[in-house]
Write a protein that binds this ligand. Structure first.
Ligand code: 5RP
Length: 230
């Protein structure tokens, strides 16, 4: 990421931070933009400008960052209802539908987003698309045992699935112990229908289509920061 890109992510994170108040239980997303938010939140918390907050992290990586920076953490068992979840996205369409999961944390991210009263997405303007599926394949998280079945069903839905691998060539394993099929679709005409079809495949744990979940999207672009609300 170039420094301009990093600055835009920080600006989106800073705009989201304005909506954090004392006592909130927060969902803490994953990825570089969400990490910019956790870093800014930690600084404000350490300075005593926001008190009595705690966060539910969406990945082990975010949990480690939050611990290192002194952000208090909790779990969904202890705090099942979150006031506000903040996370990045890989693609955002005009209806605030998202593709997420490039970082492999999609399952926990979706559970945390769905547990929150408000789910606010922070992106730079490179993430905006007319139709989902334009910039990147759709991540589908599944139990490894089901890979042949899920891959075949995704092909029947018009997708081209590829098992995600680490740089060492091993299958990428998520925090929940699953694998991911990155599935290329032609731009997706009906995200809601595709989401329902994929969710119904036995063995699928989560997919990266986030439909009707985002309350608002904060978009940082070179000319400034703007909001899109549902
Ligand atoms: C991780 C995600 C991230 O939110 C998404 O990949 C965006 O990441 P970044 O802010 O680094 O561009 O869904 O699973």
């Amino acid at each position: 990421m170039d420094s301009d890109g990093a600055t835009l992510k920080q600006q989106a994170a800073a705009a989201a931070l304005e909506h954090v108040v004392d006592g909130m239980v927060l969902g803490l997303g994953s990825g570089s933009t969400a990490e910019a938010f956790v870093t800014a939140l930690a600084a404000r918390h350490a300075a005593g400008h926001v008190r009595d907050i705690c966060g539910v992290p969406t990945s082990e990586r975010t949990a480690a960052l939050a611990r290192r920076l002194g952000v208090p953490l909790t779990t969904l068992e202890q705090r099942p209802r979150l006031d506000l979840a903040i996370d990045g996205a890989d693609e955002v369409d005009p209806a605030l539908q998202l593709i997420k999961g490039r970082g492999g944390a999609l399952l926990r991210e979706k559970v945390v987003a769905a547990s929150a009263e408000r789910f606010v997405v922070i992106v730079d303007d490179t993430k905006l698309v007319d139709r989902l599926g334009q910039r990147m394949p759709l991540p589908v998280e599944l139990v490894a045992f089901a890979t042949p079945l899920v891959a075949r069903r995704l092909q029947h839905l018009g997708g081209t699935p590829t098992l995600r691998r680490t740089s060492a060539g091993d299958p990428f394993i998520t925090d929940e112990g699953h694998v991911i099929l990155d599935t290329q679709f032609a731009p997706i005409d009906d995200p809601e229908a595709l989401a329902a079809h994929i969710a119904a495949i036995p063995g699928v744990a989560a997919h990266g289509l986030f439909v009707a979940l985002a309350s608002a999207v904060i978009i940082a672009e070179p000319t400034g920061v703007r909001w899109r609300r549902r």
